[in-house]
Design a protein around this ligand. Structure first.
Ligand SMILES: [Zn+2]
Length: 196
């Protein structure tokens, strides 16, 4: 059993190399315990815990994120994602319905998918699993400014990039993004997720 687990989850010291493990590799750095893993589209390292007692002999590796494929164009957000989330938002009586879209990479191009979903003013749940090739999941918070709600934290447990859009229907539409690994996240600047 121990052997099986050790094959699925790796451990390494910061600065040292390790073979990728199927369920990720824990990295012990000077100040952090990090979890790193990669998929065909990107590699990421998120912080799991800050050490109470730093280990001065270790390099200070931190959270990171890197695309392995062409970045999705910001145009896709501007011309498809935001208008679709905004349109669904406006179905509600008071302009307050959440919605979700997925951005898929098919090996050649970025595509938008609107999954079958159950929407309310305070939540959105898609039916079924993620479609093949889903890399980024984006949901809306209606007119409210975007933030990571406790519902989002409970829902966003996969190895994906998550974004939340807020301020829909206002002149101040904003988006936050983060990469998640098994319920640990690293905030990403929009310019590191989308190109252009
Ligand atoms: Zn949310």
């Amino acid at each position: 059993m121990v052997r099986l687990i050790s094959q699925l989850v790796g451990v390494r010291l910061a600065g040292a190399a390790a073979k990728p493990a199927p369920l990720g590799t824990y990295v012990l750095s000077r100040e952090w315990v990090l979890l790193e893993t990669e998929r065909e589209e990107f590699r990421a390292r998120v912080s799991v815990a800050q050490l109470k007692n730093p280990i001065p002999s270790l390099p200070s590796e931190g959270p990171s994120f890197e695309w392995k494929i062409p970045m999705p164009p910001r145009k896709l957000v501007r011309e498809e994602v935001t208008p679709i989330l905004g349109a669904v938002n406006s179905f509600g009586n008071r302009g307050q319905l959440e919605a979700m879209v997925n951005l898929l990479w098919d090996g050649y191009a970025w595509l938008l998918e609107l999954p079958e979903q159950f929407i309310t003013a305070g939540s959105v749940q898609s039916y079924g699993g993620l479609p093949e090739g889903a890399v980024i999941q984006i949901h809306s918070h209606g007119r409210m400014q975007p933030f990571w709600s406790t519902t989002d934290n409970a829902d966003e447990m996969g190895f994906l990039i998550y974004c939340v859009v807020g301020g829909l229907g206002t002149s101040n539409t904003k988006m936050l993004c983060r990469v998640g690994i098994n319920g640990f996240w690293h905030d990403l600047e929009e310019k590191h997720v989308f190109a252009g």
